[in-house]
Design a protein around this ligand. Structure first.
Ligand SMILES: *[C@@H]1O[C@H](CO)[C@@H](O)[C@H](O)[C@H]1NC(C)=O
Ligand SMILES: *[C@@H]1O[C@H](CO)[C@@H](O)[C@H](O)[C@H]1NC(C)=O
Length: 495
């Protein structure tokens, strides 16, 4: 080999080495665990992380917004009672782990000794915390600022229709949003606030905002998926558990790992602490745990099972109806102040995630076509492969979809258009040729209509009860069906 070639080779070798280490360092610097907490991610941590590869449509000249639909998740909340108990137990578990360890050679994190849950002694949980109030309040302010012509009206509950599920963190979120939206417009106190109404359906029959809670088939499915989800997550927990056990020379169980990841999510989102429980995990390990959470969300709330989003059809129809009413009011030339300009809904991840699926958001490549053909989708791929399906994007605290109805000049292809904003960023709809500004008729036919054929009752009512010992009436039905369906067979069957 000549000296010139070997020098050149050496040069290439050095370059590639340095570029590897350089990109690694970059990755490490950029990794902020606060953006990787799946649905425990704070709104502010992801608000500015938009998909740069998508160029939003500019709204054509002469088009004006005439109605807005909002479907939002409640803001940041404290851990629930059950989770508070889990964290209390983690305190004694960590104590147990470090007990047998020799002080001098110990690799155990110092904070393990004597650690107590910051929520210890708290007997209630799940409420909207002050950071969560702020998320919704600011969203209310920004919404008014962005659509001044929609919010210049005198307040009336029929013009600004505010609804929440019958759960306090959701109704408190509606109130925080309204305080931002109407601030300075009333007579109350130095903030010139005004009172406004928030209405809720009863929890037991709220098929628009808490459809998951009244859907028997979904509840059965959710229960049945417990073992499958454990199985799905187990290999990931095993992998991370052996990595951290080796690193800290402690015999963690997978349950410890799950609890420590839960603690990491709470510390990072509620207390802005990232160097304790989150500090136990490398960026790679945190990404794997985040992926495990996203997989679970895929299976029980997302595209993993069509039931997850089909039960949300009443919400989609409520959105469509409000648009049609707004169009009618416009065409009838009703005086302003006499018709609805915004329908604002505050609910849960169990609402926002299925609703995003009904709109076809966050799909990859040809997945929209697959869904139309009722073919199952592959679960989101393991990191470092990229995926659209991320809890931190789809449904962080205060995560939301806005559908803005525009009225456009007669010279355009359609008189009415729908713009979809996810977390306030325009987002393409595969059902509308990946446009974020969709002619109303196309939205109705390509996005809504395919779902409308699935009626809530037939999706949600338990169809048959294969359990033995069921009621006489059900036994009679089974007998009838048995005669019809499987003459001569006494095997169990599924309907
Ligand atoms: C962890 O478990 C292994 C094997 O069961 C045992 O040899 C080791 O001493 C344990 N380590 C600690 C720190 O308890
Ligand atoms: C959270 O902590 C970081 C430092 O890690 C700091 O820069 C940031 O301002 C904090 N955020 C809040 C909301 O306190």
């Amino acid at each position: 080999m000549s000296r010139a070639t070997s020098a050149a080779l050496l040069l290439i070798f050095c370059c590639s080495l340095s570029s590897v280490s350089c990109s690694k360092a970059e990755e490490h610097d950029e990794f902020d665990v606060r953006r990787h907490l799946s649905t425990v991610t704070r709104y502010g941590a992801v608000l500015d992380v938009a998909d740069n590869s998508f160029v939003a449509s500019s709204i054509p000249e002469g088009c004006t917004p005439i109605h807005l639909n909002l479907v939002a998740r409640h803001g940041t909340r404290s851990p629930t009672k059950k989770r508070i108990k889990e964290l209390n137990k983690l305190g004694s578990r960590l104590e147990e782990l470090v007990k047998g360890v020799n002080g001098a050679s110990s690799k155990a994190p110092a904070w393990f000794s004597g650690w107590q849950s910051p929520w210890k002694g708290k007997l209630t949980g799940g409420e909207l915390v002050k950071e969560g109030e702020d998320e919704l309040y600011q969203l209310g302010l920004r919404t008014r600022q962005r659509f001044p012509s929609l919010f210049d009206e005198e307040y009336h509950p029929d013009v600004y229709n505010i609804r929440s599920s019958q759960v306090s963190r959701a109704s408190a979120s509606a109130v925080a949003f309204g305080m931002g939206l109407f601030s300075g417009k009333g007579n109350l106190g130095p903030g010139k606030h005004r009172a406004f109404s928030v209405t809720s359906e009863s929890r037991a029959s709220d098929t628009v905002l808490r459809f998951h809670d009244c859907c028997d088939n979904y509840k059965d499915f959710r229960k049945s998926q417990g073992p499958a989800i454990d199985q799905l997550k187990q290999p990931i927990l095993d992998e991370v558990t052996s990595a951290i056990s080796y690193r800290y020379k402690l015999n963690f169980t997978t349950r410890d790992t799950a609890s420590l990841w839960f603690l990491c999510k709470q510390e990072a989102s509620l207390l802005n602490i990232t160097d304790r429980a989150c500090g136990l995990f490398s960026p790679h390990e945190a990404s794997l745990l985040e992926w495990a959470d996203d997989l679970e969300m895929f299976v029980v709330k997302g595209y993993g099972n069509s039931l997850n989003y089909r039960m949300g059809v009443p919400l989609l129809e409520d959105v469509l109806n409000s648009m049609e009413q707004a169009i009618k009011a416009k065409e009838d030339g009703l005086p302003s102040g006499s018709y609805e300009k915004a329908r604002l809904r505050f609910a849960h991840a169990e609402t926002v995630v299925p609703f995003s699926c009904l709109l076809g958001l966050f799909l990859e490549g040809s997945e929209f076509e697959k869904i139309q053909k009722e073919e199952p989708l592959q679960p989101p791929p393991r990191p470092p492969q990229k995926r659209n399906w991320r809890g931190s994007t789809v449904a962080p605290f205060a995560g939301n979809n806005m559908l803005v109805l525009y009225s456009c000049p007669a010279s355009m292809s359609s008189e009415y258009f729908i713009q979809v904003l996810h977390n306030e960023h325009p987002i393409p709809m595969p059902g509308c040729e990946n446009s974020d500004f969709c002619p109303f008729e196309v939205f109705k036919e390509k996005v809504v209509a395919p779902h409308s054929k699935h009626d809530y009752d037939s999706v949600c009512k338990v169809k048959a009860t294969p359990k033995p010992g069921s009621s006489k009436l059900l036994q009679f039905f089974r007998w009838l069906l048995f005669l019809e369906k499987e003459p001569g067979h006494s095997h169990s069957y599924e309907l």
